[in-house]
Design a protein around this ligand. Structure first.
Ligand SMILES: *[C@@H]1O[C@H](CO)[C@@H](O)[C@H](O)[C@H]1NC(C)=O
Ligand SMILES: *[C@@H]1O[C@H](CO)[C@@H](O)[C@H](O)[C@H]1NC(C)=O
Ligand SMILES: *[C@@H]1O[C@H](CO)[C@@H](O)[C@H](O)[C@H]1NC(C)=O
Ligand SMILES: *[C@@H]1O[C@H](CO)[C@@H](O)[C@H](O)[C@H]1NC(C)=O
Ligand SMILES: *[C@@H]1O[C@H](CO)[C@@H](O)[C@H](O)[C@H]1NC(C)=O
Ligand SMILES: *[C@@H]1O[C@H](CO)[C@@H](O)[C@H](O)[C@H]1NC(C)=O
Ligand SMILES: *[C@@H]1O[C@H](CO)[C@@H](O)[C@H](O)[C@H]1NC(C)=O
Ligand SMILES: *[C@@H]1O[C@H](CO)[C@@H](O)[C@H](O)[C@H]1NC(C)=O
Ligand SMILES: *[C@@H]1O[C@H](CO)[C@@H](O)[C@H](O)[C@H]1NC(C)=O
Ligand SMILES: *[C@@H]1O[C@H](CO)[C@@H](O)[C@H](O)[C@H]1NC(C)=O
Ligand SMILES: *[C@@H]1O[C@H](CO)[C@@H](O)[C@H](O)[C@H]1NC(C)=O
Ligand SMILES: *[C@@H]1O[C@H](CO)[C@@H](O)[C@H](O)[C@H]1NC(C)=O
Length: 413
């Protein structure tokens, strides 16, 4: 938007004239394809630019930027038919051609399939001194899946390709397979936009890198977390947490640093929530519930994390059964324990103690220890065995003594 500020005109006050030049200055492309019944079947609006590197006759590499697409033509764009899927074909400048095609998927979704971009180095005003003259084409498979009847939106900058041709896309809105001639109002956001809508900033440099670095094998530091309501502290948790995320078949282990982790939550008679968050964790929720009116347990874990590549990893499971202990006591487990939230997400806990209900005076009540902890549990069968064995011996000896006594008795008769 460009604003021209005019001199104050007496009697009229300050006159402010704004010219909206958005469409002119940034070369947004827009396409509204209709079918034989004049109903919209494909809609797209987006912006793009290209950086092309080519070799010159004197063996240097030159780059040109194509951002002024000028008067683009959409020849070849179609909503498809029985044989061919929908596609958008754009021609601009001196011999540039850009095509994206779509496929309908069986599971009520469609894919933005591939993008192909062609340029002709024969045009000596755009590509002066190009060593090789001719048409070059680069094709990239994008394979973005969008639910049918959703419009794909990506305001963030998307970059495609590398080396010779770098393509930038932004302010993208596209819907193929438009239903009933009405462009959907339901937006399907790209991952980058999803992260943008959240308040928590993404600081990639401080994100514990899930992929490249070898997994931290050391024990996580133990953190103390609590939730306070009007009655005082109502939830206590002390634990070292290690997250194990499997993303793209790579398992990455992340220790939670309590120093940089925020916590909050809520307490209710039947449920309690502990929510952790940090620069890399949007939220990590532990939801506790009461069962049979006399025990509590960890029922649910919800997590949403920012990965280094900017994408968001989210998993939820509300059908868990961990950390089970009587109401009015706390649950304790010093040994490493694993809470398996899903195949792709596990939490390893260390030196764990939690009490989500009935916290008195901000202190833990007596603890019920996990079976892995107490060597007592291992000792009990041994003790019982020893006692039983001892009993058998005692019984046997008494029997022998009794027998001998009675035998002597008979003999005396
Ligand atoms: C697309 O074109 C159709 C028919 O001309 C029109 O009814 C519809 O409003 C247009 N949609 C958009 C988003 O421009
Ligand atoms: C589609 O629109 C064109 C002009 O806008 C009109 O001539 C034609 O009759 C319309 N076709 C149908 C099927 O409505
Ligand atoms: C292409 O567009 C993006 C987004 O507006 C911008 O950051 C980038 O500088 C542009 N590239 C060129 C070469 O103009
Ligand atoms: C030009 O780019 C090519 C790769 O496209 C590279 O192999 C070559 O070394 C570059 N030449 C110069 C002079 O930078
Ligand atoms: C559109 O493209 C086709 C070939 O793809 C060509 O035959 C036709 O002349 C073009 N039409 C216009 C108006 O440029
Ligand atoms: C889309 O275009 C790419 C090449 O640009 C091609 O390989 C692919 O088969 C096309 N897909 C469909 C469904 O037409
Ligand atoms: C390049 O342009 C010249 C004339 O402008 C023409 O003779 C030649 O065939 C073109 N070459 C290619 C590969 O398009
Ligand atoms: C399209 O119209 C049909 C019939 O009017 C209706 O059943 C269907 O729900 C509509 N679909 C969408 C996506 O609006
Ligand atoms: C505070 O404690 C009182 C009495 O135990 C109870 O009735 C009330 O619901 C509690 N308030 C909250 C917010 O837990
Ligand atoms: C992380 O999860 C993967 C896959 O479930 C498993 O093979 C690996 O042992 C786990 N690592 C740790 C440290 O828990
Ligand atoms: C957390 O803070 C404590 C005390 O300030 C410090 O000793 C500890 O090393 C810190 N831990 C991490 C992982 O930064
Ligand atoms: C923790 O909370 C404080 C206050 O709400 C906030 O300023 C800080 O940025 C948060 N830290 C993280 C890592 O989210």
């Amino acid at each position: 938007m460009v604003c021209f500020r005019l001199a104050p005109v007496p009697g009229f006050g300050l006159l402010l004239l704004c010219l909206v030049l958005g469409a002119v200055s940034s070369y947004a492309l827009e396409l509204n394809l209709t079918d034989s019944e004049n109903a919209t079947c494909l809609y797209a609006k987006w912006q793009m630019n290209f950086t092309i590197r080519y070799e010159t006759t004197d063996k240097h590499n030159k780059t040109v930027t194509i951002s002024d697409l000028g008067a683009a033509k959409y020849n070849g764009s179609s909503c498809g038919d029985d044989q061919n899927g929908p596609k958008i074909a754009v021609q601009f400048g001196s011999g540039f051609s850009w095509i994206v095609n779509f496929t309908e998927e069986e599971t009520s979704s469609y894919s933005i399939d591939s993008i192909s971009f062609s340029y002709n180095t024969n045009d000596s005003t755009t590509f002066p001194d190009a060593k090789e003259k001719g048409v070059f084409t680069v094709s990239d498979r994008v394979a973005v899946r969008v639910p049918l009847n959703d419009i794909f939106r990506c305001n963030s900058l998307l970059t495609l390709g590398k080396n010779d041709v770098v393509q930038h896309y932004w302010d993208v809105h596209v819907q193929a397979f438009v239903q009933n001639g009405t462009v959907s109002t339901k937006e399907f956001l790209c991952d980058k936009d999803k992260t943008l809508t959240t308040v928590v900033p993404i600081i990639p440099t401080t994100v514990p890198s899930p992929t490249p670095t070898p997994s931290p094998k050391e024990k996580p530091e133990v953190g103390s977390y609590s939730v306070v309501n009007s009655n005082g502290t109502c939830l206590l948790a002390t634990m070292g947490l290690q997250l194990n995320i499997t993303h793209d078949k790579v398992a990455s282990v992340i220790n939670i640093n309590p120093n940089t982790t925020n916590f909050t939550g809520s307490c209710h008679p039947q449920t309690a929530l502990l929510r952790l968050s940090s620069s890399s964790i949007k939220y990590l929720d532990f939801v506790f519930a009461v069962k049979n009116e006399n025990r509590f347990y960890l029922k649910e874990v919800n997590v949403s994390m920012y990965l280094v590549n900017g994408s968001v990893f989210s998993i939820a499971n509300n059908n868990l059964s961990y950390w089970d202990a009587p109401l009015g006591s706390s649950y304790m487990c010093n040994k490493e324990q694993t809470v398996s939230v899903s195949g792709a997400f596990q939490i390893n806990t260390f030196d764990l103690r939690v009490q989500p209900f009935n916290v008195m005076e901000g202190k833990y009540s007596t603890a019920e220890e996990c079976s892995a902890d107490s060597d007592l549990n291992f000792l009990i069968p041994v003790a019982v065995g020893v006692a039983l064995g001892f009993l058998i011996i005692v019984v046997f000896i008494s029997y022998m003594i009794g027998r001998r006594k009675s035998r002597t008795g008979y003999q005396s008769v």
